[in-house]
Design a protein around this ligand. Sequence first.
Ligand SMILES: [Cu+2]
Length: 300
Amino acid sequence: MFSGPSNTAGTIDTPFFIIVGTCVVLLSLITFLIILFLVKYHKKRNPHPAEVKEHRVLEIVWTVIPIMIVLGLFYVGWADFDYLRTPPEDAMPVAVVGRKWSWEFEYENGKKSDVLRVPVGKPVKLVLTATDVLHSFYLPAFRIKEDTVPGMKTHLWFTANETGTYDIFCTEYCGVGHSHMISKLLVMPAGEFDTWYRAEKAAAPGERGAQLLQSKGCLGCHSTDGTRKIGPTFKGKYGEKTVVITGGKKREVIIDEGYLRKSLIEPNADIVEGYPAAMPVIPLTEEELNEIVEYLKSLR
Ligand SMILES: [Cu+2]
């Protein structure tokens, strides 16, 4: 009945509006009858109460009709639930990893991305997991949402009907940075998607460090433009002095390469004054560490 930017949007919206519509009709009817009876059977008009006898036909009618309505609603809900939980065999699998505090998408050919790109008109199966805590993958325009659980795989599927860009959120509540796990779904024409899918990733020098900050979730808490977030900004810090708390004692340090490396490997060794000790240990290879440090040094 309803369509939308994906098959799932229509599948959710149709029963939703059928249920809301049924409720509105019943609410109106019942409210109307309450008011009608209040007026019609008021004591002033009926000083002597009349005895009410049973009415078998009426009783059967008001039992059978609601049962039919409720079973009808159940059928619509069940059929759509079954459809939404059963991805088609030919769906394109994409692995989704939620972690503090970003999403990562990995394709069958090993290609990774921090935004979800899919071709229009093709079923996509998302296989979701998390590396650290519970997260909750949410694609509001497509009406789909699923928890991601460490050590467990959950799934979602959809077919996008229209090209465009759609928001992806994490709707997990407990935890300081879930609201920063913002990403995008890019629905692309099939040809454009294939070109992207097959292209080798060729990062320009320095770009790799920036990509790592994004894909490792660092930008959930740190800005590169001077804005204060959960953690201090990265901008213009290299070579500057800062006050940190080390083992409960305040001390002044110069932000040099050694300090940057240490803060990346042992995030809670030195906490910049005025900020919470909220950073998790993020596993980094030596090469990734070098790329990030080089990039941070360049952020003047
Ligand atoms: Cu989250």
